[in-house]
Design a protein around this ligand. Sequence first.
Ligand code: CS2
Length: 463
Amino acid sequence: MRLSTASLPQLPADIARPRYERGAQAAGIVHFGIGAFHRAHQAWYTDRAMAAGDRDWAITGVSLRSANVARQMNPQDGLYTLTECSAAGNETVVIGSVGRVLVASEEPEAVIAALAAPETRIVTFTITEKGYCRAADGSLEPFLAHHGSVYAFLEQGLRRRRDADLPGLTLLSCDNLADNGRQLERLMAEYLARHDPELGAWVAAHCAFPCSMVDRIVPATTAADRKTVAAATGLEDQGAVMTEPFSQWVIEDKFAGPRPAWEAVGAQLVGDVAPYEAAKLRMLNGAHSALAYLGLEHGHAFVHEAVADPAIRPLIERLMRVEAQPTIAAAPGQDLDAYAEALLARFANPALQHRLIQIAMDGSQKIPQRWLETLAANQAEGRHCPAILSALAAWMRHVRGDNAVNWGPVDDPMAVRLADLWREEGPGGMPRALFGEHGLFAATWRASAGDFESLAEHLGQRV
Ligand code: CS2
């Protein structure tokens, strides 16, 4: 039997379930990109906020294109299980904060209506790095942004709100981008400047774009995971998510209107997210991407295997502690030594089964904020980053297709462009084509002569 409102009473008594009247909750949040990460993170915090007494923050999830999540969750009345996995065992709970899931490409009007509904006050986003439709220099890529993008839906929903004299919205990015709120604000403004400058002025006056740092490791759910959950709950759950016990959410306290009391259930509301964001992106995500490209080359499938490999671990420790950490001005009370230590323990969690190939995806969208900003900050201080350079070379080999035999074709929105560049430039020219004065990533970091030498050595070629 499938998990749903009707089957909830069949759950074993020790499985926690929503302690609020789900049917009576207005939908205060629209969420774009309702994948496993959102369900293990913001939806979990919101469920707990409602359990603690907050009301009317049910989430309307939106998938821009794929109908998969809608098919998984709507027949379950939006219910799904979250399982925390650790060496000590698994703990499963049922989450009730998601009301329904819309597929924007199939029912655009329903998405616009949800954005324009008076009870909607917050829009959250986990659309991944590429969902922001940025060109390599960070500006809005107009062609991508025209076609069913999040901006097109926001434009229509926000116009309807303005015309109906409704309050503006808080647009809260929860993606792994530096300054994510500010980037969303700038990109939305660029989009509206082309399409409707008047609406752009209304958005600037009535909407808020807080930055936020989100952290929870969420491997893609597998068929085996669903079986584990079914064995624990007695019910089939197609929306199941598996995650680690750890979670962190640091949010800039800058909202256009009301919000759930997320701070009552563990989120941190702060004046400046930047130090948390930099630590997360440069230390956690930076190490993750290095583990992915180096680990795949060493024949590993999972993060916990790669971090235990003596050929890889010292590089990861160096990347975090010696190369990334000194570039971060810690907030009061933020202990970066302890953070690095905790990250190594989280990566080593054997119960998590976090696939390196999942992290390796979309590298072109990830490396600027994970590695290149760290390289630039160190360069300004005259420091070298051998660990990041060797990871960068591993990424270059990855996008050349070196891991494709074992792990399938390169999954990256720039895959074709990068493959073309490799063909045109070869190992001698590729570092300059990417990180030279006019290189693809020059806006974030330009390599020095020494860096080119070291990349060439890693790629097996003299400069
Ligand atoms: C990972 C992140 O897939 C990836 O690129 O580095 O999804 C990572 O697991 C999360 O940011 C952890 O909070």
